[in-house]
Design a protein around this ligand. Sequence first.
Ligand SMILES: Nc1ncnc2c1ncn2[C@@H]1O[C@H](COP(=O)(O)OP(=O)(O)OP(=O)(O)O)[C@@H](O)[C@H]1O
Length: 229
Amino acid sequence: MLAINDLHVAYGHAEVLHSLNVKVQPNEIVAIMGRNGMGKTTLMKSLMGIVPTKSGSVTMDGKELGALKSYERVARGLAYVPQGRMIFSHMTVQENIETGLVAHGGKDVPGDLYELFPVLLEMKGRRGGNLSGGQQQQLAIARALATKPKVLLLDEPTEGIQPSIIKDMARTLKKIRDDKGLSIIVSEQVLSFALDVADRVLVIENGEIVRDEAREGIDAAQIAKYLSV
Ligand SMILES: Nc1ncnc2c1ncn2[C@@H]1O[C@H](COP(=O)(O)OP(=O)(O)OP(=O)(O)O)[C@@H](O)[C@H]1O
């Protein structure tokens, strides 16, 4: 589905991602774990074409994305829920979701998005900025899904979210995967969430993938060592 091959990304002369190789299968949920500053956000931004690639390739369904602008990547089926959610706080919930519809020229918010997130239907006329952190996260995911992605990227979705809601988020993401048949790449620091949601767990350390393990039979203590400061 999505293949990252020998990807190098740099800010000026400082290379931050060194030869990353990751393959994500259809319907697979992959968690990329790592401490602050290890390169998770840089990877997400480079996949979306927000940060330029130094060398290497990213393909989706075998087609190279490298030269494409962000909006073209969205049209090809990549969607992004950025760290901090970045919802439009002065726009209503409905208007926020509608910004995702332009990718395919749709006009109305599909009902299944409101079925997935009933609270957004209840609050569709409210300003995004008036929602709680958990509700804003649902809104950011709904906005991304409105672009009808094949691969959904989420950058630290649990950041600033109450622990009681984090379990619901894992359940919702798996339901989205099952219902819509898409692949998900999620960057995370919360191990329990990653173990809940992912089929495969990768660890990124100083811009390199140092572990790549199937969820089944994973040694959680080994992964936790990479996350403690
Ligand atoms: N715009 C930038 N210019 C220069 N260096 C940057 C820039 N953004 C990030 N970096 C550096 O790149 C490295 C990776 O940062 P990145 O934000 O990708 O890490 P992260 O794993 O997402 O961490 P966090 O959890 O804090 O978001 C860090 O050393 C960081 O200082």
